[in-house]
Design a protein around this ligand. Structure first.
Ligand code: C2E
Ligand code: MG
Ligand code: MG
Length: 541
């Protein structure tokens, strides 16, 4: 066995030093055994001195310390590993796994410190809450893998719009938050929001295609009122929702009116949940039902313009709020759609309206067959059990499917044309009628009209309203009617308020009309009174 060549020089030097200086020595080195294996040894000793006190030779022991060395190495390695794991855990705990941006925990911590600094030094900061517009649609169409790549790409762009001292975090999904610290005023936050919008404008090249994405941004500015970081985040979120409601791809700065509105909306949502719970629908789960029922249907007659007789009714939901009185659909349908509460509402309305029609049809046997029009939210189109629910309603109430008319809007069709066409065909197979509501104000794409099995076009009341005052309206109505007739559809004019409009619509060959001129939407007793008034036999009595 020999000394490892790498250690040879050092050992010789150490021995020479010990001899020269006459001092004890101790050092470790490696030896190579004949089979090539390496051992660690520790040499320890001292020189022996001659009569003159001069070191003449070294005397000592050599101990094999290989095992100890190996254990030390192992310990060092596992310590390093532990350190690495701890660092990774700490990183993971504070970063978003997909984009590498900061996560909610780190953001909240930074927000907390920013608030402390504001309290101590009066510095200002802003929170930008960013949510991608229509990300779900993009994600569903390109697949989740590309959706993820898109989020990563957006994260990189957000970083280019901010400075390294800002905190860019992803809260999850397509929600990002940026914390801008030590800003002069709100304009600085607005400038960042504008920079982000600009940066997002250029398309992203992903998976061989170009994707365009926009974002809605809500901004909340630190001021004395805030006590907790969550409050700032909440207000930036509210402002972001406002930006979405105002048309997306824009920013909004939070103000206290928004807060009041948000609180009111939340209260309304809670109240609506309670109202739905108390609404009796024998086809859904049984609830407490009457007499605390708050949701009701009103019925507005639809008239044949030629005979001015009732051909049917449109069922319109009304909410008798315990403290606010009668609440109209515009005040709660958008919220119900957003929260999904529209599903049980529409289910109930469908059952209630069909049930009512059944009563009228048996009561007014001599009346030409009445139809009932029920509004169907576009949200229903994504419900897999819609058709089976409608089947149950038809079965339970026993009405002829052809006397049920479902009113849908263009957005229901445009959001997901393939699902819509499939659904409408299933309805048509049952002889249920389909009416395109509010026609003319949406996409009004002629492209889909002939592809979808639509029976009726309902001209939006904004056109009817301008009839007489504006010749363009008459021309648009004329065009819609011609189009409908050529596609074998009939037409209902909505929102007729004066006789003149009736006269003009008759000239334009519009079959049906609805509006305050004939009657406002009425409760079932009042609507029934209109039917009684039309009964020839009863009139004679
Ligand atoms: P819509 O389906 O277009 O209903 C017609 C709306 O116009 C009704 O408002 C009706 O009261 C109003 N209207 C009728 N005639 C006139 C008129 O001559 N002049 C004016 N200015 N307005 C007239 P309402 O009842 O407030 O309903 C608003 C919207 O809420 C409906 O528009 C419909 O989209 C939605 N909605 C109502 N009930 C339901 C429901 O049960 N389910 C769903 N999903 N949506 C509903
Ligand atoms: Mg309608
Ligand atoms: Mg309408």
């Amino acid at each position: 066995q020999k000394i490892h060549s790498d250690d040879l020089e050092a050992i010789q030097r150490a021995f020479e030093e010990a001899l020269h200086e006459g001092k004890p020595y101790e050092f470790d080195y490696r030896i190579v055994r004949p089979d090539g294996s390496i051992r660690h040894v520790s040499a320890k000793g001292q020189p022996t001195l001659d009569a003159d006190g001069k070191a003449v030779r070294l005397f000592g022991t050599v101990l094999d310390i290989t095992d100890r060395k190996q254990k030390e190495e192992e310990l060092k390695r596992s310590e390093a590993q532990l350190r690495e794991q701890a660092q990774q855990l700490e990183y993971d705990a504070l970063h978003d796994g997909l984009t590498g941006l900061h996560n909610r925990a780190l953001l909240m911590d930074r927000l907390h410190h920013a608030m402390l600094r504001t309290q101590q030094h009066g510095s200002q900061f802003a929170v930008l809450f960013l949510d991608l517009d229509r990300f779900k649609v993009v994600n569903d169409s390109v697949g989740h893998l590309v959706g993820d790549q898109l989020l990563v790409a957006i994260a990189r762009r957000l970083e280019t719009c901010t400075s390294p001292s800002d905190t860019v975090a992803r809260l999850g999904g397509d929600e990002f938050v940026i914390l801008l610290e030590d800003i002069e005023d709100i304009n600085q936050a607005i400038a960042t929001a504008n920079r982000i919008q600009r940066e997002l404008k250029s398309p992203l090249a992903l998976a061989g295609r170009e994707l365009f994405i926009t974002a809605s941004v809500g901004i909340a500015l630190s001021d004395s009122g805030y006590k907790k970081p969550e409050e700032l985040l909440r207000d930036a979120d509210i402002a972001m929702y406002r930006a979405k409601a105002l048309g997306k791809a824009r920013y909004e700065v939070f103000d206290t009116i928004m807060h009041t509105k948000a609180v009111q909306l939340l209260q309304l949502e809670t109240d609506l949940r309670r109202a739905i719970f108390r609404t009796q629908n024998p086809l859904d789960c049984p609830t407490s039902g009457q007499p605390t029922q708050q949701l009701h249907l009103h019925y507005q007659p639809i008239m044949a313009l030629a005979t001015q007789r009732i051909v049917g009714f449109e069922a319109l939901v009304r909410w008798q709020h315990p403290s606010q009185g009668l609440v109209y659909p515009q005040q709660f349908i958008p919220m119900a759609e957003e929260t999904g509460l529209i599903i049980p509402i529409d289910h109930w309305a469908l059952w209630e309206a069909c049930h009512q029609l059944c009563l009228w049809q048996t009561q007014f046997l001599n009346h030409p067959p009445l139809s009932i029009s029920v509004n169907l939210s576009s949200k229903q189109f994504s419900q897999p059990d819609l058709i089976s629910y409608i089947d149950r309603v038809l079965e339970e109430t026993g009405i002829n499917p052809s006397s049920l008319k479902l009113e849908i809007t263009e957005s229901a069709i445009m959001d997901d044309a393939e699902t819509a066409i499939n659904l409408l065909l299933q309805l048509k197979n049952r002889n249920i009628q389909i009416c395109m509501d509010d026609f003319g104000i949406g996409y009004s794409s002629l492209n889909y009209l002939h592809r979808f099995p639509i029976d009726t076009l309902k001209i939006d009341r904004s056109f009817v309203n301008r009839l007489g005052r504006n010749s363009e309206s008459a021309e648009i109505i004329q065009a819609i009617i011609t189009l409908a007739h050529s596609l074998d559809m009939d037409v209902v004019a909505e929102g007729i308020e004066v006789h003149d409009q009736v006269a003009q619509l008759r000239v334009l060959q519009c079959e049906h009309g609805q509006g305050y001129f004939f009657s406002k939407p009425l409760n079932s007793e009042a609507a029934q009174a209109l039917l009684i008034a039309e009964e020839p036999t009863l009139k004679l009595l």
